[in-house]
Design a protein around this ligand. Structure first.
Ligand code: ZN
Length: 428
């Protein structure tokens, strides 16, 4: 067995000391003529008699390396590139294969994706500044210079519901789904019994709640997972994390993840239908207890609370049920009033610190925000607020929370080590 399948076996057995996205940065044949690049994100290559079918060619910072890896083992034309969705860790590198086809006199490379990928790229052009900023906040805790390239190779072949590709006499079924994104494609290589999920399965609690990004679709995601499970595939190649080998494991992982999402949606809708405000919904809803220990459902990237918020937004809009939040006072005005009640911004910050020392960090953060807003230039208050957010970041497991809290700490002048926000957060 190669390094990727070795790691796959260890990971399935629940070796939780490492983050499930640990990438080996190698390309390996994981099934006959089926190659898998372990990377951020993963790439799959199907070698067919008609050329290569390449799924998710790369990210800006690794597409060239992957191209070299492919050319190290397979010197054949790329027939088709498929994007499983339009996220930036998946859609760069098609130009390398297109240039190579021109140089070597090979047929032009076809680029296939769901039609909504085009809309996404348009949206990315409109929101390049925002995306650059949230990208460094999410993945680097606010370090670095924001950048968001928009020179994508757009798909030349798109589809709406399903598309069957035939390469070298083999069938590759493409199915559209909405889940983490509205433009997702999952692929079933029917003649090889291999499933390529894109980010519909990524070895962590589903990213159906991301606080800084557009609407996600928990319920439809579950439907897609059930559809993938129904193929009975014997191997699953995910967008992030390791392959899953064996039909029983594949089915279990997909069905467990479907049930996780279905349960969150059902509970959220039940509470909404009783007229509860979002605050109470969040306190009431939790994932199924029997799934909490699954190695592929740990909340180390996204979190169930954030998924609940996204379900609320999908079905109910943004009003949270607290009337003062409908047309709120500017936060700084509220902060001034709370500081006055406390006696002074310093007293408010002192109370924040006392709460943090008593491990009541979520409440401490509210008071620290208000103290700083009431006296934004006060160095002592900035230091307290920065320290509280640094402590909170150190205790969180999810990339989403760690990134935002580390950014807040840095904005207050706290010096933190440069480490990715998806560091090994699984506890021993
Ligand atoms: Zn991804």
């Amino acid at each position: 067995m190669g390094a990727i399948l070795d790691l796959a076996e260890q990971t399935w057995r629940g070796d939780g000391r490492q983050h499930p996205w640990r990438a080996l940065n190698v390309l390996e044949e994981v099934a006959p003529r089926t190659w898998f690049a372990s990377s951020f994100a993963n790439m799959t290559v199907f070698d067919t008699d008609e050329g290569l079918l390449l799924v998710d060619p790369g990210a800006k910072n690794n597409a060239a390396q992957k191209h070299e890896q492919v050319r190290g083992v397979l010197d054949r034309p790329v027939h088709t590139v498929v994007y499983t969705h339009g996220h930036h860790d998946h859609v760069w590198g098609a130009d390398l294969y297109q240039a190579e086809a021109r140089e070597r006199g090979w047929p032009q490379v076809r680029v296939v994706a769901h039609e909504a990928v085009i809309d996404r790229f348009e949206r990315y052009t409109k929101t390049a500044g925002y995306n650059g900023i949230i990208n460094i906040r999410q993945f680097r805790g606010g370090l670095g210079t924001p950048s968001w390239p928009t020179d994508h190779v757009r798909p030349d072949t798109t589809y709406r519901h399903d598309l069957e590709l035939t390469l070298g006499g083999e069938r590759f079924e493409l199915h559209h789904a909405r889940g983490e994104t509205d433009d997702a494609t999952w692929i079933y290589a029917a003649d090889r019994d291999v499933l390529v999920t894109g980010d519909l399965f990524v070895w962590v609690a589903p990213n159906a709640g991301n606080p800084q990004k557009v609407q996600r679709h928990a319920g439809e995601w579950a439907v897609a997972l059930r559809g993938m499970a129904a193929t009975g595939a014997g191997m699953l190649l995910p967008g992030h994390g390791v392959p899953i080998v064996g039909a029983e494991r594949v089915r279990q992982a997909l069905e467990d993840t479907a049930r996780y999402l279905e349960s969150l949606e059902e509970q959220t809708l039940a509470a909404m239908n009783q007229g509860l405000p979002l605050d109470e919904v969040l306190q009431r809803v939790s994932p199924p207890a029997d799934l909490l220990g699954r190695p592929y459902l740990q909340p180390v990237y996204d979190e169930p609370d954030f998924i609940v918020r996204n379900i609320w937004r999908l079905y109910g809009g943004w009003y949270d049920g607290i009337p003062s939040h409908l047309k709120p006072a500017p936060e700084a005005d509220l902060a001034t009033q709370v500081a006055r009640i406390a006696g002074s911004p310093e007293a408010l910050a002192g109370r924040a610190k006392a709460l943090a020392d008593a491990d009541e960090l979520s409440t401490a953060c509210h008071l620290a925000d208000w103290a700083w807003m009431a006296a934004p230039d006060d160095e002592a208050i900035r230091a307290i607020r920065g320290d509280i957010y640094a402590r909170r970041a150190a205790l969180e497991r999810s990339t989403m929370a760690v990134g935002i809290y580390r950014t807040a700490a840095r904005e207050m002048g706290v010096e933190l080590e440069d480490e990715p926000t998806f560091r090994a957060q699984q506890r021993d």
